[in-house]
Design a protein around this ligand. Structure first.
Ligand code: PMP
Length: 346
């Protein structure tokens, strides 16, 4: 007999609707290419290394990331994507049955991580201005509060005042997911991770850094927090290949990342104008994507897929309703998407 875990029944492995499409704007990755240093490092990788385990905790990457922030390596943790860092952090700071509070809407994996870790999710609606509601989050009494800025899928950023209030008054750890920070106007909240003892900020190489397939994410926080996350995550989550490519990119390619992040932002704004000209009302975004309220979004997205364009559809998002999330990309791809959208709206 298979010993089924009762709380997993009714769950299915996460997989967003994906049909191979010529234009895929559904996952907010960098469609402008791959950092040149990453491609070069990949070519130089010695195949013999594949026979050996990587180092347990990606020490070179931790050191390079930490030195960029002016701290020691013990302030940084890494993982197989920031997904892995987030999931490990939940295991590190919460026992099964405890409450995880998060803003709603937010990253779709959060309720799923809560479920698979046996946690009780407390989804706290964002306010009408898409800022968090500190009072409502704190009222949950949760020992872990998850915030996301710029937020997926809305693209909106959280205010300094609200985030600081949550951090100041939270009874436990505040995780701030900054997967899209490289596209935002402001510096984000890493300074809080460096000056408080209860803040873990997570970032990723999957978006602006153009390395989604490499699966590298990281977190920064007080060494006491980081040590717990490292325990919960376990060793060998980054391959030697992933670590060395990420390090080469950090050492050599920050200008490349900046240039293409700026281009993604410029095209996002151009797309926003085009959508407004169609009578739609995309939300203001500081990510590399736009959320556009569209009634019947899942059906519209299906019709767009028939036209070889994949965008992400959401149904009944709190405070938004049905909506499409469209990733920024080189302009010709966005033009194709706009045509497909025009033809798919009914
Ligand atoms: N956080 C947010 C808000 C995201 O949108 C994503 C990816 N879609 C992630 C984390 C995870 O990214 P990765 O695991 O590739 O680092």
């Amino acid at each position: 007999m298979i010993p089924l875990r009762a709380s997993y029944q009714g769950l299915s492995p996460y997989s967003p609707p994906k049909k191979p499409c010529r234009v895929d704007l559904s996952d907010n990755t960098n469609l402008f290419g791959v950092p040149p240093a990453a491609a070069r490092k990949l070519g130089e990788f010695h195949a013999e290394l594949l026979a050996r385990y990587p180092r347990s905790y990606a020490p070179d990457l931790r050191r390079v990331l930490a030195s960029g922030l002016g701290v020691e390596a013990e302030w940084v943790t890494t993982g197989c994507g920031s997904d892995d860092v987030l999931d490990s952090a939940l295991r590190a700071f919460l026992e099964p049955g405890e409450v995880l509070a998060f803003q709603d809407p937010t990253f779709v994996m959060m309720p799923l991580f809560a479920k698979v870790n046996g946690l009780r999710p407390a989804a706290v609606p964002l306010r009408a201005d898409f800022d968090v509601d500190p009072e409502a989050l704190l009222a949950t009494g949760a020992k872990v509060i998850y915030l996301c800025s710029p937020n997926n899928p809305t693209g909106t950023v959280l205010s300094r005042a609200s985030v600081e209030r949550v951090v100041d008054e939270a009874p436990g750890v505040v995780i701030i997911d900054e997967a899209y920070a490289d596209f935002a106007r402001g510096p984000g909240f890493v300074d809080l991770a460096l000056t408080r003892t209860n803040v873990l900020v997570t970032r990723t190489f999957s978006k602006a850094f153009g390395l989604a397939s490499l699966r590298v994410g990281w977190g920064v926080g007080h060494p006491r927090l980081v040590a717990e996350v490292e325990k919960a995550r376990g060793p060998y989550k980054l391959t030697q290949l992933a670590e060395s490519v990420a390090v080469a990119t950090l050492n050599e390619d920050p200008p490349w990342v900046r240039v293409w992040a700026q281009e993604a932002v410029a095209n996002r704004e151009r797309l926003r104008e085009a959508l407004r000209a169609m009578g739609l009302k995309p939300l203001p975004s500081e990510g590399n994507f736009l959320l556009v309220p569209v009634p019947g979004a899942p059906e519209v997205a299906e019709r767009m897929r028939e036209r070889d364009v994949n965008v992400r559809a959401f149904q009944g998002l709190t405070g938004v309703g049905d909506a499409l999330r469209i990733g920024s990309a080189p302009w010709p791809l966005l033009e194709t998407a706009l045509t497909a959208l025009r033809e798919s709206l009914r």
